[in-house]
Design a binder for this molecule. Structure first.
Ligand code: FAD
Ligand code: NAD
Length: 471
């Protein structure tokens, strides 16, 4: 083992949480090292999450559109063929470009990159099992744990990432399955289900609850999303629980029954995607050596300044509380480093946007209507359909709507929900509005360029405090 060197900050995990904290610390003049065991920076998001899934979503959408939506636009194409291997290569090019970019940013900001698995030896020392062999150890004044999350397994089903897969297998299948069953109709189930459905698989999504979309999605929007994804060919079994899966030859039989008990049936599948959520990952960290424990959901417990009960050890990202989102991890990374360097930091957990990158996209920020109703606050709702928006009509892409929920007395925005083309980009304006405590009238009286999809956003705001012009 090499001799231990002391750093101002050592970060365990080089995912979005860890690498952003490392860059921010380097920029702030701290001596900093980041330990990552994957051999690549960027964590789940860049390597097997956000980025590869969005590459496949984008290109499978293009393929699907060329197959089904060119004639009315005056484009006649010849034979259209899927080259899945090339589609996967395009995905890998995006991933490797971005992960290498972070290595460059580490160099630029004087971050030491240690490739290996870190484990606590004591409260200030981390031993690292190096990827290239051997060991080293680092001492640190401050430590940030950013070890992320992993897919929650389904009891009784052994993941092989080829036939019984998590999202990691779902971004790397070598051929299009004939029949795919997706267990869990949350964001991963719907995004990855969309990809394989567009490429030709018959996809059935089995969801325990009465609504798709996972936690947070507005019920009215979720209903529309289900209708539109259904039109594209996806099948849904809601209020249904998976009891077991059994192999039958090359394929599987997935036995399901009504969530409240009763009717049973079997669905055939040649690939089963398990997408029932993710859980914090802290295995092998040596937490027992420093007396830190996780809660009943496996999360590391922290206070408002991201500190564990050992105040120099902080935790950010998927392995602690809050939504498992890359941009949430990024906000926490900046705030945690600011707490170290300046004693203050800030994340507004009420204004973290969510986006589902299907077509159309679904995006939201703030509270949904079910939540506002349950809170007892008097509220009003304004909506505007993309079918009445000039740009959406021009683009022949008119499905969906924008929905504002505002306080009935003050007009302050409580939540914004969009289903439609480019919803994921449009929600940034909603997030800014919420962050600055805007009213729907503030948005409705702001000029939006014509002809843009964002005029639907403005008109939905107008419909909340008064009337929309074009609907
Ligand atoms: P991670 O990204 O999981 O990074 C943790 C890193 O720590 C890993 O690289 C791991 O190897 C490393 N590590 C763990 N233990 C050790 C150790 N002992 N020593 C050294 N290294 C260690 N979020 C979005 O916001 N938008 C999206 O579009 C989106 N799409 C997704 C699609 C999929 C298929 C999945 C699975 C997730 C997606 N997410 C998305 C969620 C997003 O990926 C996570 O919220 C984000 O990666 C969390 O960052 P993190 O740094 O906390 O954890
Ligand atoms: P999720 O929590 O979004 O959805 C899981 C779904 O599975 C829920 O609807 C739940 O009711 C259902 N479910 C749970 N157990 C079930 C069972 N036994 N049978 C049937 N249904 C069951 O989780 P996910 O889709 O696995 O995603 C994991 C995490 O990754 C999420 O936190 C998500 O935010 C993140 N992610 C984000 C994006 C994005 O931002 N676009 C994309 C992918 C993943």
């Amino acid at each position: 083992a090499s001799e231990a060197a002391e750093k101002d900050l050592v970060i365990i995990g080089g995912g979005v949480a860890g690498y952003v904290a490392a860059i921010k610390a380097g920029q702030s003049g701290l001596s900093v090292a980041c330990i990552e065991k994957r051999g690549m920076l960027g964590g789940t998001c860049l390597n097997v999450g956000c980025i590869p899934s969005k590459s496949l979503l984008n290109n499978s959408h293009l393929y699907h559109q060329i197959l089904h939506d060119t004639k009315q636009r005056g484009i006649e194409v010849g034979e259209v063929k899927l080259n899945l291997e090339q589609m996967m290569k395009a995905k890998e090019t995006s991933v490797s470009g971005l992960t290498k970019g972070i290595e460059f940013l580490f160099k630029k900001n004087n971050v030491e990159y240690i490739k290996g698995t870190g484990a606590f030896a004591d409260e200030h020392t981390i031993n690292v099992n190096l990827i290239d062999g051997g060991e080293t150890s680092v001492k640190a004044k401050n430590i940030i744990i950013a070890t992320g999350s992993e897919a929650t397994p389904f009891p009784g089903m052994t993941i092989d990432e080829e036939k019984i897969i998590t999202s990691t297998g779902a971004i790397a299948l070598k051929q299009v399955p004939k029949k795919m069953v997706v267990i869990g109709g949350g964001i991963i189930g719907l995004e990855m289900g969309s990809v394989w459905s567009r490429l030709g698989a018959e996809v059935t999504v089995v969801e325990f609850l009465g609504q798709i979309g996972g936690p947070g999605m507005d019920a009215e929007i979720a209903k529309q999303a289900q209708k539109l994804l259904g039109k594209q060919g996806m099948k849904f079994k809601l209020n249904t629980k998976v009891k077991s899966g059994e192999e039958s030859g090359e394929a599987f039989k997935i036995n399901v029954e009504a969530a409240k008990g009763g009717k049973e049936e079997a669905i055939d599948a040649d690939v089963v995607l398990v997408a029932i959520g993710r859980r914090p990952y802290t295995a092998g960290l040596g937490l027992e050596n420093i007396g830190i424990e996780t809660d009943d959901k496996g999360r590391l417990v922290i206070d408002q300044e991201y500190r564990t009960k050992l105040p120099h050890i902080r935790v950010i990202g998927d392995c602690t509380f809050g939504p498992m989102l890359a941009h949430k991890a990024e906000e926490e990374a900046v705030a945690a480093v600011e707490f170290i360097t300046k004693n203050y930091g800030h994340v507004n957990y009420g204004a973290i946007p969510s986006v589902m990158y299907t077509h159309p996209e679904v995006a939201w920020v703030g509270q949904n209507e079910q939540e506002v109703k349950a809170s007892g606050v008097k509220y009003k709702v304004g909506t505007f359909p993309f079918s009445a928006n000039s740009r959406a009509k021009t683009n022949l892409d008119t499905e969906g709507m924008v929905k504002f929920i505002a306080d009935a007395e003050t007009d302050r925005i409580l939540g914004i929900h969009i289903i439609g083309p480019n919803a994921g980009e449009m929600i940034a304006e909603g997030t800014l509005a919420l962050e600055y405590g805007a009213s729907t009238e503030d948005v409705g009286r702001t000029s939006h360029a014509h002809p843009t999809l964002s005029e639907a956003f403005k008109e939905a705001a107008m419909a909340t405090y008064g009337k929309a012009i074009h609907y």
